[in-house]
Design a protein around this ligand. Structure first.
Ligand code: FAD
Ligand code: EGU
Length: 479
């Protein structure tokens, strides 16, 4: 990269969360003068950080971002707990585990706070980043890269004009709000009927994990579910997902206990009766929102990234991963365009929007699938067949979650490949069906078995050629 092009350029980054702090580091490494603004005080000075989800599942896309900032090892080695598979908990308390991957590929449970702190420490190592905590963005002029902040300690307002203003201020982004006044800016936001509540399984009296630690634990129950990820201190963060009316319907301790006895009996002793009652009634269920918008830039002076651009429901464990991949994609485009922001920003919007919308859709689809499809028989049959194909063709036929979680294939390509696979499975199953009928006819006529297999094979190859052509002739299949 050409540091002469960047060293006199000033960038304001709004939001020192997971994405903003990473983006500040990557821009500073390119030579920009970066000012990083954050509404909250420095979380490294706080004893307790308020806010959502304590731990997150980190996979390759997030790790690629961390690597670009030189902190992948710090996060994964010191703050990551490997999860090699899921552990499914049934209502009778029995469990079964399903590994993620045959080649020991795994995901990591990381604490939000730890990841954020490692990134803030990295930002402090870079001399051309200035951090401004307790600074709340109150307004901005994106066409001028200008932003005004309220210093929540002194009550003063400060305005900074920069070459570029990057909004990484989360799902309820203020920077995005001001983009909505731009012509041709499209925007949609949706709440889902489910809420989530975090509970905690403490370590055992011996100080050990109360469940096998190297799994993502799942209690799937159709209309609601629970998930648990391990923490560094050997506790577990349990997240209960349920429609809001169900949360609101539980108002007394006995109701809560009978609900848990029915659906999550094994979790009661793990959390502890008293603690469960205490935590459930002192917590409140939080909403989940997803956001789609485009474009992500304004001229050569404004940009939104991370949840600000594409908040999603958490049912694929990809929100942070996708946001960190945003930073990698922008970095690659700045390389390609020699830090010419007027060219790189529109290229970023064009490249990133189809992929961001694809993962927003995939996460939403998972949410619906979890609720509605877990009991459908034809769905399960197709899933079994799909799994079989990925066992027979391990490097060629990757299940969707493997493409999403363990590769960096663009999300929209993952969807396109999945659609192609679905068509192939459907065709094979229908050929198998036809073959069944054909076999009856052919055998009745005592024709040779050779004729039969030839006819099946030729039909199959025609279908495969057709579906392949269909899949490859549409470069980006979008919903
Ligand atoms: P945020 O983390 O929201 O950071 C935004 C920052 O901007 C904050 O620090 C905020 O204080 C600051 N800010 C906001 N407004 C202003 C303002 N006006 N002025 C100044 N600063 C401001 N993702 C995964 O990859 N894996 C998971 O397993 C996973 N699990 C999840 C579970 C749940 C229940 C939820 C809700 C989300 C989950 N996610 C997961 C998604 C992940 O949390 C987000 O995608 C990620 O935090 C987005 O990072 P961000 O930096 O864009 O936004
Ligand atoms: C939800 C909430 C298991 C953290 C989707 C899997 C999630 C996470 C799954 C949360 C599920 C669901 C996948 C990963 C991950 C699974 C995945 C979901 C982390 C298809 C803290 N999901 N999540 N799929 O395969 O690909 O294990 O809150 F329950 S990690 Cl909903 Cl891989």
């Amino acid at each position: 990269m050409n540091q002469d092009m960047t060293k006199n350029k000033v960038v304001s980054v709004v939001g020192a969360g997971l994405v903003g702090t990473l983006e500040a580091c990557l821009l500073a490494q390119r030579g920009y003068q970066v000012h990083l603004y954050e509404y909250r005080p420095d979380i490294r000075t706080l004893e307790h950080v308020p806010g959502r989800s304590i731990n997150l599942a980190m996979s390759v896309r997030g790790r690629t971002g961390l690597r670009a900032a030189g902190v992948e090892d710090r996060v994964i080695r010191h703050h990551g707990i490997p999860m090699h598979g899921r552990m499914i908990h049934n209502t009778d308390g029995s469990t079964r585990s399903i590994p993620y991957n045959k080649d020991r590929q795994c995901i990591y449970s990381v604490g939000r706070r730890f990841v954020n702190e490692v990134l803030l420490d990295r930002a402090d190592e870079l001399p051309n980043i200035t951090t401004h905590f307790s600074h709340k963005l109150v307004s901005c002029k994106l066409e001028k890269g200008e932003a005004t902040f309220l210093n929540t300690v002194t009550g003063e307002e400060v305005t900074r004009e920069a070459d570029l203003l990057v909004g990484c201020d989360g799902a309820y982004s203020n920077v995005r709000k001001s983009m909505m006044r731009q012509p041709f800016f499209n925007y949609s936001q949706n709440y889902i009927p489910h809420g989530y509540m975090e509970l905690c399984i403490p370590p055992t009296p011996e100080g050990e994990f109360a469940m096998p630690p190297n799994y993502l634990h799942i209690w799937p129950r159709g209309k609601f579910m629970m998930i648990a990820l391990p923490n560094q201190d050997r506790s577990w963060t349990v997240t209960l997902f349920m429609p809001f009316p169900l949360f609101e319907g539980i108002t007394a301790s006995e109701q809560l206990l009978s609900f848990f006895k029915t659906y999550y009996p094994d979790a009661i002793p793990l959390i502890g009766r008293e603690k469960l009652i205490n935590d459930f009634f002192s917590n409140k269920a939080l909403p989940m929102i997803y956001v789609k918008c485009s474009p992500y830039h304004v001229g050569a002076t404004g940009l939104i990234m991370g949840d600000a651009a594409h908040a999603m429901v958490p049912f694929y464990g990809q929100g942070m991963n996708c946001g960190m991949e945003d930073c990698v994609v922008l970095n690659e485009l700045l390389d390609q365009y020699d830090d010419d922001l007027a060219a790189a920003l529109p290229a970023y919007s064009a490249k990133r929007n189809p992929d961001a919308e694809a993962i927003v859709d995939l996460a939403l689809y998972n949410y619906i699938e979890m609720r509605d499809l877990v009991n459908s028989r034809s769905f399960l049959l197709r899933k079994k067949f799909d799994d079989l194909l990925s066992t027979i063709l391990p490097s060629y036929w990757l299940p969707l979650y493997t493409m999403v979680t363990f590769t960096r294939q663009p999300y929209h390509r993952c969807i396109a490949k999945k659609k192609w696979q679905d068509r192939v499975v459907k065709n094979i199953l229908s050929v198998a069906g036809m073959a069944g009928v054909g076999a009856g006819v052919v055998l009745a006529k005592t024709d040779s078995l050779h004729t039969l297999s030839c006819s099946i094979l030729s039909q199959l190859s025609t279908l495969l050629t057709k579906t392949w052509a269909a899949a490859t002739s549409v470069p980006a299949i979008r919903q």
